[in-house]
Unconditional design. Structure first.
Length: 332
């Protein structure tokens, strides 16, 4: 067999991929109104989530292809018993320079130091309201104080990058925009406003509560916030800052024009399926090539071949959210 040669991971549209979103579980303990309003429901006959060794082989293959950033997602990754071991393993893979995690803040206050020691250098924490009663209404849990304590603990533990994620919804929490801006400035933090995204089980909710990212951008610009240049390896957010003021605000607006042109990320589900797009029709199984280190070259070839077929854009504007049942299923 010829030696394996490549110049990084690209698709057929000139996009280069440096960022892997890796789901550790599809289980979540919150019941967010826009994602799992009835709570997580286990499906019979599902295979186990990837083992630590399978994850090591997977991330090693992606690192060989030039990916240097891995975000651990869920469901809720803190529910995965081996989370610390996984983070330590991923951060030790040659070529991986940044390990991040997206969490709802579950047990963050007590585990923040362990996360930092395991190599997690960045956290995105979901905070959809700064009002305790409304937070409980949106998430199904009265845990705002616990989540905020976890964020403080993560800062004390030395985790360098901590961002808040907030799904801003018309008629639900869009009246909190000014409060969020004040919180960001007071604590010198970064926040990401995320558009509600339609999936296969939230069509009615989406139609009632979708708030276009452009409306948020107009509000920020009217207050003197200015758009910042995109950073290498950044996620999908368009980021804003206000001169002389601490804090950053980003907008993730998948319904905006040309959202997909800067896509730099791929997703792998907890069961080992490669998803070229969050809203693609299905995932492609990689698990059969995660059983032995000797399969590494074959795994790299399969990833390269599949990534080359990535579509130019999602089909959300056509009302097509692909095979995604809900955002917790493959990490949002």
């Amino acid at each position: 067999m010829e030696p394996l040669r490549h110049d990084g991971l690209h698709d057929g549209h000139g996009r280069r991929f440096e960022y892997l979103r890796l789901s550790l579980t599809d289980v979540c303990n919150f019941r967010c109104s826009y994602c799992l309003p009835d709570g997580y429901r286990k499906q019979a006959g599902q295979p186990a989530s990837l083992s630590v060794e399978e994850i090591r082989r997977l991330v090693t293959a992606f690192a060989r292809l030039g990916l240097w950033k891995v975000r651990l997602t869920g469901g809720e990754p803190a529910l995965r018993r081996e989370l610390i071991d996984i983070a330590r393993t991923v951060s030790a893979v040659p070529g991986i320079r940044r390990v991040a995690m997206t969490t709802n803040g579950y047990r963050l206050a007590e585990r923040a130091r362990d996360y930092a020691a395991a190599g997690i250098g960045a956290l995105n924490v979901s905070v959809d309201s700064l009002d305790p009663t409304r937070f409980a209404s949106i998430t199904g849990h009265d845990r705002l104080g616990e989540v905020l304590a976890g964020i403080a603990a993560a800062r004390a533990a030395g985790i360098a990058s901590i961002k808040l994620n907030s799904v801003l919804m018309r008629g639900v929490n869009d009246d909190e925009l000014d409060a969020f801006i004040g919180f960001v400035q007071q604590h010198d933090m970064a926040l990401r406003f995320i558009e509600v995204m339609r999936t296969n089980d939230n069509t009615e909710f989406f139609q009632r509560h979708h708030l276009a990212g452009a409306e948020i951008a107009q509000r920020l610009e009217s207050l003197g916030w200015q758009r910042l240049p995109r950073q290498a390896g950044a996620g999908p957010a368009v980021e804003y800052a206000q001169a002389g003021s601490p804090g950053r605000i980003g907008i993730i607006a998948p319904y905006s024009k040309d959202f997909c042109t800067t896509c730099n990320r791929l997703r792998v589900s907890a069961k080992g399926k490669l998803h070229l797009c969050l809203f693609g029709d299905h995932g492609i199984d990689l698990r059969d090539l995660l059983q032995d280190d000797a399969q590494g070259d074959e795994l790299v070839r399969r990833i390269m071949k599949l990534t080359a077929t990535k579509a130019p854009a999602h089909r959300l504007h056509e009302g097509n959210s692909g095979g995604t049942p809900h955002l917790a299923s493959i990490g949002g």
